[in-house]
Ligand binder design. Sequence first.
Ligand SMILES: Cc1cc2nc3c(=O)[nH]c(=O)nc-3n(C[C@H](O)[C@H](O)[C@H](O)COP(=O)(O)OP(=O)(O)OC[C@H]3O[C@@H](n4cnc5c(N)ncnc54)[C@H](O)[C@@H]3O)c2cc1C
Ligand code: FES
Length: 356
Amino acid sequence: MLNRLLGRGRKNFNVTVEPFGKTLSVGKGETILQAALRSGLAYPSECRAGACASCKTKLVDGKIKPLTDFAYVLDVDDIKSGTFLACQSLARSDLTIRVDSLGDGLKPIKPNVFAGEISELNYLTHDIQEVIVSLDGEMDYYAGQYANLTVPGITDSRSYSFASAPEVGSNTVIKFHIRMVPGGEVSAWLGSGACRGKAIQVEGPFGVFGIRESLSPIVCIAGGSGMAPILSILEQGLLVKIKRPVVYLYGARTQADLYGESLISDIRKHWSSSFRFTPILSEELDESNWDGARGLVTDHIKQIDDFDLQGAQAYLCGPPVMIDAAIPILNNCGVRGRDIFYDKFIDRSHSPEILS
Ligand SMILES: Cc1cc2nc3c(=O)[nH]c(=O)nc-3n(C[C@H](O)[C@H](O)[C@H](O)COP(=O)(O)OP(=O)(O)OC[C@H]3O[C@@H](n4cnc5c(N)ncnc54)[C@H](O)[C@@H]3O)c2cc1C
Ligand code: FES
């Protein structure tokens, strides 16, 4: 009797998923994400291994069983408020859950597989390329999302963020900024001119990083090719004429690693509120002609003047170590955990046990 009351021994549980308004049957040993995808829901997900936070979900009612520790990708506030990873959770009772979608009124877009061709390569710095891909169809996405690229001869796909805002009605050409990672297989291939004109597979869109509707000021923090999704969401903000002050801190090693300044400057000129862009160099020689900011991008968060971080929304993108360091500083400056959005550019060196 007690077992039945606690749901023990039951093979399936009913899980109601908001905002889809759909109830799924989740089998024994099946993750909530597996059940959602099996039933055809466009549930946000990517790594399916507890590493990317795309499947972040709010538990409204019921009990789940976590398969891994969520603390690596979710912050303490998230976990305390009942947020969990659907790809790493089993149902322990009937549940009501809510997908942390892209924001009010934005519905997840069902990912599709496209045939792509690399149509153009442009050097942005000595180790970051703009890679332009023509698709055999239109790919809908939200600014801030990413796609998975599979290149010839390498089985596993890699994730790359869209580097520009989606253009309504003409999304057959998409852009990425790809940093050539030392020892990296896919980025090395994409960085070599040999990939020009070659066929690749593009699957997407994925991810829940993207601008949330609000009137709050915006602080953007990016490092390296983390510039890409930030450019995409700022371009989107410009297109929809949002009137929110922006401070953008961008970290690079030296002047040779800086890029995107003219695009940012164009956005700033037309932005409907104040807009400040601060590039920060961590390894520029003391004796160089650089008279801008120096140090780590995170050293500069507390020094942001004339901008109220209290109540701001933060958008972070780039190396996981930068994001992990920035979150507690932002919290100390009054930015709430639920107002911090990020995409960590996790690669196989970060969690080989999960991703290899
Ligand atoms: C959501 C998301 C969005 C991203 N967006 C971008 C983007 O816009 N631009 C961008 O440049 N990158 C982005 N990335 C990173 C990108 O997906 C790739 O991880 C990156 O390009 C490296 O891929 P690679 O094939 O070149 O390197 P890999 O071959 O995957 O190797 C990466 C590193 O890991 C090491 N390594 C390989 N295997 C192992 C192992 N088993 N154990 C330990 N170390 C190992 C390699 O030596 C190398 O240093 C994003 C990642 C995520 C998750
Ligand atoms: S899909 Fe669940 S954490 Fe990546």
